[in-house]
Design a protein around this ligand. Structure first.
Ligand code: IPE
Ligand code: IPE
Ligand code: MG
Length: 293
């Protein structure tokens, strides 16, 4: 399908409120071109600008992008410094975000960041604080396990100071102590580069997210690839809604034929859609299982 066609289709449907992206493959993209990894990061930063612009023009409310993990400090110093420089460049351009009414927020720990990096991030946060269009969250020096441990410590502190009782602790209280306080959960998570793992990203917030993996390296993830991911997401959501509707009328449980049929359709579509993308060995096994049922 053409880019414009995809765009028209997705704009006529209920778009995901919160899209999160694990941008991956910058290094391999550069290596394929016999260039240093930093070249991939430079290209990747351009792609990020493009995806922010497209998300806001589509009307997406929240976009969260994983750009540097707590584990990424172990990379060569030159590469880490280059990524820091790219983030400073991104933040210098805060006027671009203001023009699009985009609010910026960093999620992750600011403590370990060099003062100049931290300052440019905070400047962009402050300058865009009154924007109320899309919110762009940059996961930087971010780790989900660290976020959960920090939330636990904050809650313990409140209990210790008698501002909270143990019985009052629930999911809502927990969420209020995460970096993503007041941000709705992720609807769609995309990971580029063919890796099929979460790498310590938003573990709490993706509890019910649909996850789409694409083999495309991040610097090659453009408008069409983004629309394709959203299109696939909308398709899966529609299948689920259909299944629920049929299931409700039949007053059946999850072991019904309808459920098996919908599952086959979903898995089949994933196999077809991924055929030139991700090798779907396990998905084929699942199809055999359901067909033989
Ligand atoms: C993603 O690309 C960018 C960051 C993690 C900062 P990578 O740098 O991980 O690229 P690959 O995965 O090595 O190709
Ligand atoms: C995930 O990418 C982290 C970011 C995108 C910032 P990595 O390339 O660092 O993840 P692993 O090491 O392959 O899991
Ligand atoms: Mg990587």
């Amino acid at each position: 399908m053409k880019k414009e066609e995809l765009k028209t289709i997705i704009l006529n449907k209920k778009l995901p409120t919160h899209i999160a992206i694990i941008l991956d493959g910058n290094g391999r993209w550069a290596k394929k071109r016999l260039m240093p990894r930093t070249f991939g990061h430079q290209k990747g930063a351009k792609t990020l600008q493009e995806i922010i612009r497209i998300s806001s023009s589509l009307g997406i409310k929240y976009l969260t992008v994983f750009a540097f993990s707590t584990e990424n400090w172990s990379r060569p110093l030159e590469e880490v410094n280059f990524i820091m420089k790219e983030v400073k460049n991104l933040c210098k351009d805060y006027q671009k975000l203001i023009n699009r009414n985009i609010k910026f927020k960093m999620i992750g720990s600011k403590e370990e960041l060099a003062p100049d990096v931290r300052e440019s991030i905070e400047t962009m946060e402050n300058k865009t604080a009154n924007c109320d269009g899309m919110t762009f969250l940059l996961a930087f020096n971010y780790g989900a396990k660290q976020e959960i441990v920090n939330a636990t410590k904050k809650i313990c502190e409140q209990v210790k100071n008698n501002n909270l009782t143990i019985n009052e602790i629930d999911e809502t209280i927990f969420e209020k102590n995460l970096y993503t306080k007041d941000i709705p959960p992720v609807d769609l998570l995309i990971r580029t580069s063919g890796e099929m793992r979460i790498s310590n990203f938003l573990l709490w917030q993706i509890a019910y997210a649909e996850i789409i993996f694409t083999k495309v390296y991040w610097p090659d993830f453009h408008e069409k690839e983004f629309y394709e991911a959203i299109y696939e997401y909308l398709d899966v959501i529609e299948d689920l809604a259909d299944w629920r509707k049929v299931n409700e009328t039949k007053n059946n449980n999850r072991s019904s034929d309808v459920y098996n049929l919908c599952t086959i359709i979903r898995i089949r579509r994933l196999v077809f859609n991924c055929s030139n993308n991700v090798p779907c060995l396990f998905r084929h096994i699942w199809i055999d299982k359901y067909v033989s049922n």
